[in-house]
Design a protein around this ligand. Structure first.
Ligand code: PMP
Length: 432
């Protein structure tokens, strides 16, 4: 089949599910931090697939685990248990502070947040869910309702009871005091709005500890502690969605540990399956117990599937055996230093931010006005791809233009430096 035939068939038979065009390459194979196209060209994958291939593509331990498991135990009736499921639940609980001991295994991030929100509703008796205006939690009903608006344009109203507050963004602050981001005032104002809008039925606040799709926006130091207090004062649960930040990527096992504030419910997905569909909801005995007593039901087709659980167990074991939290910190420092150097050479790099191996750079037309450089960003993405680096750009209409970088934890120093060189070169070429 020729390349032209491939694209003709793709155009004829695929439903286009994103706002963007498909990446213009036929990917035949992936290994480690690279994907290879039909012409044999190696492309560095600094998005880890869809932010999931935490251990690089086709990691030998995962390949071995899938091959071994699939010929032995694949999929079971939803309420039938197997060892990999119970072992993974215990292994995850072991990586977490006590109080996060109960685990349910599902397939996708949206699903895990859906389940977490249902549990928060049952436990609190409320139905209102609050989130940040730049959050991404999925495309399903409740998770989608807590996700930024442009992802659900055209489908009518979302679930009643969804409230949003502004994302605290140090680069684009709403309030400043003495030239610094005054996030405390922002948060107080936001919750004053929540209290005014609420019908007195608050169930949960759902958040990513670093808003990734929203533009790699870290919550300011102290924010999570203050947010947790706001939740407690109102009898709401705090749900943290660590789809991207969980399992060592940011240099800690979980991003919430950076501030030492544990959520009431934690959801994991992307990184947990390291590229295969696996997600988890994790909570306390108390919440599990009230939910069960009140009839909690989440019997999906792939709940507690042994094959996916075996993969998750391998991921946790590989992370532990290689102390990948430390690796993420070291590689993250190298990436950060490289990006800061690039910033020193390119006026369009307005901000460098992130933690560990989740870094972002915000592109602006000039640093004074901080005007988003949308077209420039698009052209740089394309130039990077042509030079052999796949990067993801997140663009919010009328707001910002940010490159997201999350290479696998197995990336070598040389690969990291090659990616940085390509980015530098692409910025130079496009700036002309
Ligand atoms: N939460 C976060 C933080 C995410 O980044 C994503 C995916 N981009 C999701 C949830 C949704 O996960 P899924 O696409 O697997 O449903």
């Amino acid at each position: 089949e020729s390349v032209d035939e491939f694209w003709a068939t793709a155009r004829r038979h695929l439903i286009r599910y994103a706002h963007n065009d498909f990446v213009p390459a036929i990917i035949e194979r992936a290994a480690g931090s690279e994907v290879f196209d039909s012409e044999g060209r190696a492309i560095l994958d600094f998005t880890s697939g869809q932010m999931s291939a935490l251990l690089g593509h086709c990691h030998p331990a995962i390949v071995e685990c899938v091959s071994r498991s699939v010929s032995r135990l694949d999929h079971l009736f939803s309420w039938m248990l197997s060892r990999p499921v119970v072992d993974l639940a215990a292994a995850l609980a072991n990586t977490l502070p006590s109080g996060l001991d109960r685990v349910m295994l599902l397939s996708t991030g949206g699903e895990s947040n859906e389940a977490a929100i249902r549990m928060a509703k049952l436990h609190t008796g409320g139905h209102e869910v609050v989130s940040f205006d730049q959050s991404y939690h999925g495309v399903t009903h409740a998770a989608g309702a807590a996700t930024y608006g442009i992802s659900r344009r055209g489908y009518g109203p979302v679930a009643p009871g969804n409230l949003v507050i502004p994302t605290p963004n140090a680069y684009r602050p709403l309030f400043e005091r003495d030239g610094r981001h005054d996030w405390r005032t922002e948060l107080d104002h936001a919750f004053a709005m929540v209290d005014r809008q609420s019908v007195g039925s608050l169930a949960a606040f759902i958040a990513e500890p670093i808003l990734s799709t929203g533009g790699v926006i870290e919550l300011p130091p102290g924010y999570l502690t203050a947010l947790k207090r706001k939740c407690e004062e109102r009898g709401m649960l705090l749900i943290l969605d660590e789809a991207q930040t969980g399992l060592c990527r940011t240099g800690d096992w979980y991003a919430f540990q950076h501030e030492g504030v544990a959520p009431d419910i934690l959801t994991l997905s992307k990184t947990l399956g390291a590229g295969l569909p696996l997600a988890a909801v994790i909570t306390s005995d108390e919440i599990e117990s009230t939910c069960h007593d009140r009839g909690f039901y989440f019997g999906t087709t792939h709940v507690s599937d042994p094959l996916a659980a075996a993969v998750g167990l391998t991921v946790v074991t590989v992370l532990q055996e290689n102390a990948f939290d430390r690796t993420a910190r070291q590689l993250g420092d190298r990436l950060r230093r490289g990006l800061l150097e690039i910033q020193s050479r390119h006026e369009q790099v307005g901000d460098v931010r992130g933690r560990g191996l989740l870094q972002g750079i915000e592109l602006v037309t000039d640093r004074e006005s901080r005007t988003p450089a949308h077209d420039f960003g698009g052209a740089v993405t394309q130039a990077c791809f042509e030079l052999g680096l796949h990067l993801n750009i997140v663009q919010f209409p009328g707001s910002s233009s940010i490159f997201r970088m999350a290479p696998p934890l197995t990336t070598t120093d040389a690969e990291l430096d090659r990616g940085l060189d390509i980015l530098d070169q692409a910025l130079t070429t496009v700036a002309g």
